[in-house]
Design a protein around this ligand. Structure first.
Ligand code: SF4
Ligand code: SF4
Length: 385
C-alpha cells in the first residue's frame, strides 16, 4: 500500500497567512484578485453569459447568507457561528454538572452520540481522530487588520470530530459557473450551522468545543486521519462515497472520544498515479503531473509532506479571470460519481490496485463522455422548479 502521506522530519506547521486565499490580501502577485474578480463579474452580467448572469450571482449570494452573516466567515476562526465560546446565553439551556448522566461518560458512547447528532444535523460523513498538531496552522491570519497571531487551542482539546458534506453532482457538473459556485457556498452555509450545533451539543455535555470551517487547521489531512478520505492529485481529499465532491469541517474538543488515527485505503493514490485527468483539464496548468514529491511548487504550498502540490496562485488568478471559483478538476475526476451498480464495480476494481485496470478505467471514463460540462440553464429550467 502507498502511504496516504509521509512527513519529513523538518516539517513546519503552515501559517494561514501563506495560503492562496489569504495571500490575495497581501501578496502583490495575488492582491489584484478582488478587483479583477469584480470586473469580470460585471462584464459577465452585462453580457448575460450562461451560468454567469445576474440571477446566477444573486442565487450565489443567497446561498452564502448563513456563512457570511453576523461575523461568520469561511476562513476566520472564533467568530459568528464558529465562536469558541457558547452562543446560547439562556440559562435554561445550561445543564448543571450534578445532573449529567454518568452513563454518558463512556468515551465510546460519547463518540457514537456525537456521530448520531452530527448525522442528524446533516453530516454525510462523520469520523474521529486524535489531533495531530502538525495539521494545526501555526498562525491565524486576519486580513482586515493584517494580524497574524499564533494559534492557541484551549487546553486539552486533542480530539477532532471531522464531518463531510457532499456536494450535488449535477450542480458541480456545470463547473465553472456561478451555478456551481452556489453549491460550494450552500455547503459552507450548511457547515456553519452544522459545526456550531455539534459544538453546542458537546458543550452542553460538559466539554470544550472549537467549531471550525477552513480556519485553524487543515481539513484534508484531518479527514485522512479520521479515515474518511485519501489525498489526491487535485488537492482536496477524495472519498469513496462522493470522490472529491465533498467539503470537510471539524469540531476540536476535549471530550474524551478515544479517537485514533485510522487511515483508509480504497486505491485512490494508485489510481491518481495512473490518471492525470485533473491536471490535463486544468485551464491554468496549476495541477502537477507525475509522481508525488515533498517539494512545493509555489509560495502557497507548505513543503515537507509527500503528496501532489498544486500551484494555487495560478489557480486563484484563473478564478479571478472567470469571476467564480472553478471546480473543473472536481468535475472531471473519475471518482466524482454518484451511486450506481457500474460505479460500484469500478470502485471494486480500483481497490484491487491493478495498474492496467486503472489505466483502462481512465480511458473508459473518456470514451463514455464522463466529466463533460453540464448546461447551467438546467437549474432554472427544471431542477429548481
Ligand atoms: S479549480 Fe480550476 S484552475 Fe484550480 S486547480 Fe482546479 S481546474 Fe485548475
Ligand atoms: S482526476 Fe484522476 S488524477 Fe486527478 S484526482 Fe481524480 S483520480 Fe486523481
Amino acid at each position: 500500500m502507498a502511504a496516504n502521506y509521509e512527513v519529513l522530519p523538518g516539517y513546519k506547521r503552515f501559517n494561514q497567512r501563506d495560503n492562496a486565499i489569504m495571500r490575495s490580501a497581501w501578496d502583490p502577485a495575488l492582491n489584484s484578485y478582488g478587483e479583477r474578480s469584480k470586473k469580470t463579474i460585471s462584464d459577465h452580467i452585462k453580457n448575460n453569459y450562461p451560468g454567469f448572469g445576474h440571477r446566477d450571482f444573486a442565487f450565489d449570494s443567497g446561498t452564502m447568507t448563513v456563512v457570511s452573516s453576523f461575523g461568520t466567515a469561511i476562513n476566520r476562526p472564533d467568530s459568528g457561528l464558529t465562536s469558541w465560546k457558547p452562543l446560547q446565553t439562556s440559562n435554561e439551556r445550561e445543564i448543571p454538572p450534578e445532573l449529567r448522566d454518568a452513563r454518558s461518560r463512556d468515551p465510546v458512547e460519547m463518540r457514537e452520540g456525537v456521530r448520531k447528532v452530527a448525522r442528524y444535523l446533516g453530516a454525510d460523513l462523520v469520523g474521529f481522530t486524535d489531533l495531530d498538531e502538525r495539521w494545526v496552522y501555526s498562525h491565524h491570519y486576519f486580513p482586515e487588520k493584517g494580524e497574524n497571531p499564533p494559534v492557541e487551542l484551549p487546553e486539552g482539546c486533542d480530539q477532532v470530530v471531522v464531518m463531510g458534506l457532499s456536494m450535488d453532482h449535477d450542480m458541480m457538473a456545470t463547473a465553472p459557473t456561478a451555478i456551481m459556485m452556489t453549491e460550494t457556498h450552500r455547503n459552507y452555509s450548511r457547515m456553519a450551522a452544522l459545526v456550531s450545533s455539534v459544538a453546542q451539543y458537546i458543550r452542553a455535555m460538559g466539554y470544550q468545543a472549537v467549531p471550525s470551517l477552513n480556519d485553524t487547521a487543515l481539513n484534508v489531512p484531518l479527514a485522512v486521519d479520521a479515515g474518511l478520505a485519501q489525498p489526491s492529485r487535485l488537492g482536496p481529499a477524495i472519498t469513496p462515497e462522493f470522490g472529491p465532491r465533498v467539503r470537510f469541517c471539524k469540531v476540536i474538543t476535549d471530550m474524551p472520544l478515544e479517537a485514533v488515527r485510522k487511515h483508509r485505503d480504497f486505491g485512490a493514490i494508485e489510481f491518481c498515479e495512473e490518471c492525470e485527468k485533473c491536471a490535463d483539464a486544468c485551464p491554468s496548468n496549476s495541477l502537477p503531473k507525475g509522481p508525488r514529491t515533498t517539494e512545493g511548487i509555489s509560495g502557497t504550498n507548505n513543503p515537507g509532506v509527500l503528496k501532489w502540490y498544486g500551484n494555487y496562485e495560478s489557480c486563484r488568478l484563473y478564478w479571478a479571470s472567470i469571476g467564480t471559483n472553478c471546480g473543473i478538476c472536481i468535475r472531471v475526476c473519475p471518482f466524482n460519481h454518484g451511486k450506481g451498480f457500474h460505479h460500484s464495480i469500478a470502485k471494486w476494481i480500483i481497490r484491487r490496485k491493478w495498474r492496467w485496470a486503472n489505466r483502462f478505467l481512465v480511458k473508459l471514463h473518456d470514451w463514455l463522455g464522463y466529466g463533460e460540462q453540464k448546461d447551467p440553464a438546467f437549474f432554472w429550467n427544471g431542477r429548481g422548479a
